[in-house]
Every structure is written in C-alpha cells, then in structure tokens.
Design a protein around this ligand. Structure first.
Ligand SMILES: Cc1ncc(COP(=O)(O)O)c(C=O)c1O
Length: 360
C-alpha cells in the first residue's frame, strides 16, 4: 500500500459539501435539538416544517412548481412511478436508466418498453408503434439526465420533441446532473434549456449535495398525490431532521459558493487533458464522470487493484447484468481534488496500463 492518504475517485461528493462546516454545523444543531431518528413516517408525523422548507428551496432551485422529499433517490423513483402510471399505461425508458426506475415500473403494473440508449429515433419508433395500445392510458418517457456509469448527458431537447409529438410526459432523473450541470448546478434540464418542457424532475440529495435523500419536482397536483399515496412517504420512516437540516444548508452553500462548481469543472477539464496526453481516447460524455474501457472484466479488476495498491481508489465496473456492461474503470472528478491528486491519479493509470500491457 502507498504511503500517505488515498485519493478517492469513486465518491459522488462532487463539490465536497458532505464535509462543509456550515452543513456539518446545521446537522449538529438539529441533532442536538431533535435527536437522531425521525421516529415516524411523514404520513404519520405532525411536524414536517423542516422538510417543507427544503422542498420550497428545491422547487425554487429546480424551477418546479413544487417538490416532495423522499428518503433517497431510489425511494423517490419507487414512490413516484406507481403514483403516476398503472396497468393500461406505458412507460418507455432509456435502457441505461437507473435500475430504480425498473423497480418503480414493476410495482406500478404499467407496461414497460426500453429504447436503445440515447437513441431518439428508436424512442420515436416505439411511441409510434404503441400509441394505439394506450388510447385510454397515459404514456411516460423516463431517462436519466446524466448516465452514472458512462457520464454522458441525455439528449433532452430531442427527447422532449419526440415526447411532445406523441403526448407523453417526461421524467428526468437527474441524480448525477444536480449540482454539477447548468447555471449554479441546477442540472441537466436547465443545462439543456428545457425546464418548461420536462414534467417531472427526480433528484438525489446524496451526490453533489453531499447528504442523503431524494426528491421529485413537479406540479402541486402530483405533490398532493405523492403525499397521499406513495409508499415511501406513508409506510417508511422519513428523513431524520438533522439530515434535512443538512440538506437545506448544503443547497444554500451550493448556490452561494459558486467557486466550488468552477473548481469541479477546472479539475474535470485538466484531468481529461492529462489523461488524453497518456493515450485516453474517451468517450468523453462532457461531465466529471470519466470512463476508461478495458478489454475484460478480469483486466479491469486487476487494473483497479494496482491503482488501489498505490492509494488511488477507482471503481471497477464489471457487472454483467446491466445493459451497458462493457468492463470499465469509472473515475469521478471532484472539486476537492488538488492538482497533485490529479497528477498522482494519471501517473498511477499510466503505470497500471504499462504493467498490464493494455491501452486506455
Ligand atoms: C440516476 C440515479 N437515480 C437514482 C439513484 C439513487 O440515488 P440514491 O443513492 O439517493 O438512492 C442514483 C444513484 O446512483 C442514480 O444515478
């Protein structure tokens, strides 16, 4: 094992907010006042003032009419989709969307059809083919804003165009875009200028916001339906008050300390330039998630193990069950990485590639 602290490239704490003093202090104060656990589901709880404050701040941030907070991003999808569609309805999803949209869809009983990753023509042909099956029901198109294992951004303006042509609603799960893309980190929907055209934005509070939790941003009507019916809200204990307070503080810091976002992007560009200089040829999805494709799962694991021995922690993605299952290392760049960290990572990648005799 290398001397000195490790450099982590598998954390989604893009802006370093999980350790920000104001965020930690907000959590500590709420912890002292309210204790550790929330004690009940939101449906049963009397006092939800802190969550309502967070929801108002998130709605303002995302340009949504209103927001509902969940315990996680996964819980948000599991709560949202069955409240939105059911038997007789159609959900059309990008094949690489996060698995929680499949879980939500299974619980809903809606028919699910997948379109090829980011392939808007294929999406259109599915909508054309199935439009007569759902004369009574609704049709919803679901995509991630940023795809977490590849780092590419969904072609949202084109997805909107097609969905509008067929009268379908759109869900964008922006777990990796929130805090990272768009003006002051408002996300991929804002980045693409389609805030008015996307009906539902899902997000997580556990990545760039550095805490935990998820949310759905949409209309007042959907908010009422989610509060009334969704299972994570009504049958599972809500977010602890200390973490809700931390999320409020974190969202404030994210919008005020814009230099964090600037640093994230400076680091991302600098890292990709250095990596290209030692032979990396992409694909570059235009986000801080950097994939390095390798010839086999075994080589990918050995590559990551070599880097780990030098104190550089990168995730080896070798899961054969996902449709985007080509083996790769996934590196996530953060604002808090120093120039020396980036140089150390690139050196370590260069040495592992040379030792294992593979190109990157
Ligand atoms: C697109 C997407 N949705 C949902 C989630 C789950 O978020 P959480 O960790 O808050 O449950 C993730 C996490 O990787 C994600 O990438």
């Amino acid at each position: 094992m290398a001397d000195g602290p490790s450099v982590t490239l598998s954390s989604n704490d893009y802006l370093g907010l999980s350790r920000h003093p104001a965020v930690v202090q907000a959590a500590a104060e709420a912890l002292a006042e309210h204790g550790v656990g929330a004690g009940s589901s939101r449906g049963a709880a009397g006092d939800v003032a802190a969550q309502e404050r967070l929801e108002m701040d998130l709605a303002h941030f995302k340009g949504a009419e209103s927001v509902v907070v969940f315990q996680s991003g996964l819980a948000a999808n599991i709560g949202l989709i069955p409240a939105l569609v059911g038997p007789g309805d159609l959900l059309v999803r990008d094949e690489w969307s996060h698995p929680s949209t499949i879980d939500g869809a299974r619980l809903s009983g809606a028919r699910v059809v997948e379109y090829r990753h980011a392939d808007v023509d294929h999406l259109e042909s599915i909508l054309r083919q199935h439009r007569h099956d759902v004369t009574e029901g609704s049709v919803v198109v679901a995509t991630d804003g940023v795809f977490g294992t590849m780092g590419d951004i969904a072609p949202l303006p084109w997805i909107c165009e097609v969905a509008e042509r067929y009268g379908a609603d759109i869900i964008v799960d922006d777990a990796h875009g929130t805090g990272v893309l768009g003006h002051r980190g408002r996300g991929s929907v804002e980045h693409h200028g389609v805030v008015e055209r996307v009906h539902i934005q899902v997000g997580t509070l556990s990545k760039a916001l550095g805490v935990v939790g998820g949310f759905v941003g949409s209309s007042n009507r959907l908010r009422t339906a989610l509060l009334a019916r969704s299972h994570p809200i009504n049958y599972s204990t809500q977010l602890p008050p200390a973490l809700t307070a931390a999320c409020v503080a974190s969202l404030g810091v994210l919008q005020n300390e814009t230099e964090r976002l600037e640093r994230l992007w400076r680091n991302t560009i600098s890292f990709k330039e250095r990596l290209s200089a030692i032979g990396w040829s992409g694909p570059d999805g235009g986000t801080p998630i950097v994939p390095i494709f390798l010839p086999s799962a075994d080589l990918t694991r050995r590559f990551a193990a070599r880097m780990r021995d030098e104190g550089v922690l990168a995730q080896a993605i070798t899961n054969p069950t996902r449709s985007d299952s080509r083996p790769r290392l996934r590196l996530i760049i953060r604002s808090e990485l120093t120039d020396e960290d980036l140089a150390r990572v690139v050196d370590s990648i260069g040495r592992a590639a040379a030792k294992l005799g593979v190109g990157i």
